[in-house]
Ligand binder design. Structure first.
Ligand code: ASP
Ligand code: MG
Length: 411
């Protein structure tokens, strides 16, 4: 059997015909090295948003089943065009939708999860010497209906297909040349990391790093599939390798710093400090499908307490309504909201073995007179909610304090 590589090209990489032709040439070159290739594509840049906007002009509450059929069409266009481009330069290719590649999902339309990939047809096509071009982001459920995997889902299609076909690696081509220590638009000294562990990347993806869908990283971690992010716009982009933690190497204490601006805070003041109160509020939020991120409850004062938590900015109105309704029943003293906040996080596998990282983060923020509103941690992450206007300053000073300006992290 030949070596097999799965490549995924994002929306900008297939953004126009010129770029599609360029990618076809790149794939044909790799194919000459006798490597089997499955290519997963996103819709051309902006297409998914256009389709969504059209649906919203008709109804804000379109049926999810129709929505999936609509949204899946974007990927079908780029998939068919790339397959044609490959054929036209003498590189035999076959285009496949989610159904044709055998990608079976559960029934949750617009955010379906992959159940299995039936590889029979793909294996035959590869044996016939064809490059397979797959429409990403989509599958079918048990009823044969089209489903989609959530925004950014083509990354996850690629990971699942790479795992199912036992590819040697999964390459994600995008418009940046890898994963950076911080947003280079904010920190001019930020640099690309050569290597990041799965766990670090999972944290970064859940903190809003758009470069990879969380579930793609999760898939690759679970099956130990090497994942590479690189640019399709630069020749010879080395990219960032996401892989198992390398124990032979000293881990940098902090690898990445993130600023998640998509946070809003709700505080419920003066609720009875007794069993069942938190459960009422958070069950109410969960029933409305609202995800809560950070939660703090104050030490109770005369049998009353305050609870604060954060939600995504776009969901603040919906969440406030739920909390106000429950607050009336429970006779909460007051409910306040704050949308001018952000979440600054430092992520690094080295934190496991280095005490004092959180302390250093807090003292750095205090030196800049930045007040910390909430704190949460994981084994390899510390996050602080602060006022949004200090977000960029915080990222810059932390990048410096943790020596990320100078050293080539993880290289
Ligand atoms: N086209 C879809 C989106 O824009 C899926 C993807 O690109 O991964 O979210
Ligand atoms: Mg993407």
């Amino acid at each position: 059997m030949n070596r097999l590589v799965v490549q995924k090209y994002g929306g900008t990489s297939v953004g126009n015909i010129e770029r599609i032709k360029k990618i076809a040439e790149r794939i044909a070159r790799l194919r000459k090295e006798k490597i089997d290739i499955v290519v997963v594509v996103s819709a051309m840049a902006g297409e998914t948003d256009k389709l969504l906007a059209m649906a919203n002009q008709i109804s804000a509450i379109g049926k999810d089943r129709d929505m999936d059929l609509l949204l899946s069409s974007g990927e079908r266009v780029s998939c068919a065009l790339l397959s044609m481009a490959l054929d036209s330069i003498g590189c035999p290719a076959i285009s496949m939708t989610g159904r044709q590649i055998g990608l079976l999902t559960d029934n949750s339309h617009t955010k379906a999860r992959i159940k299995e990939v039936d590889t029979n047809r793909a294996i035959k096509a590869l044996e016939d010497g064809q490059v397979i071009v797959v429409a990403g982001f989509q599958g079918i459920n048990e009823h044969g209906d089209v489903t989609t995997l959530g925004r950014g889902g083509s990354d996850t299609s690629a990971a699942a297909i790479a795992v199912a076909l036992k590819a040697e690696r999964c390459e994600i081509y995008t418009d940046v040349d890898g994963v950076y220590t911080a947003d280079p638009n904010v920190v001019p000294n930020a640099h690309k990391m050569n290597r990041v562990s799965y766990d670090e990347m999972l944290e970064m993806s859940s903190l809003g790093a758009k470069v990879l869908q969380f579930r793609c990283v999760e898939f690759c971690k679970n099956y130990d599939m090497p994942l590479i992010v690189k640019s399709s716009l630069v020749e010879d982009s080395k990219g960032t390798l996401i892989c198992k933690e390398d124990s032979s190497m000293e881990q940098p204490i902090v690898s990445g710093i993130m600023n998640d601006k998509n946070q809003a805070k709700i505080t419920i003041k003066g609720v009875p400090d007794q069993p069942g109160i938190a459960s009422k509020f958070f069950t109410g939020l969960a029933d409305e499908n609202l995800s809560v991120d950070m939660i703090i409850q104050n030490v109770s004062d005369e049998s009353q307490t305050d609870i604060s938590f954060t939600v995504a900015k776009a969901e603040i109105n919906k969440a406030t309504k739920v909390v106000q309704d429950l607050g009336k029943l429970i006779k909460a003293r007051d409910i306040t909201t704050d949308t001018n906040i952000c979440k600054i996080s430092i992520v690094g596998a080295g934190m496991r073995s280095h005490p004092g990282v959180a302390a250093k983060m807090f003292s750095t923020l205090s030196k800049e007179n930045i007040n910390i509103i909430m704190i949460s941690t994981s084994e390899i992450r510390v996050s602080c909610i602060i006022e949004e206007k200090y977000g960029e300053l915080a990222v810059r000073v932390l990048h410096k304090v943790f020596d990320m300006d100078k050293t080539l992290v993880n290289s």
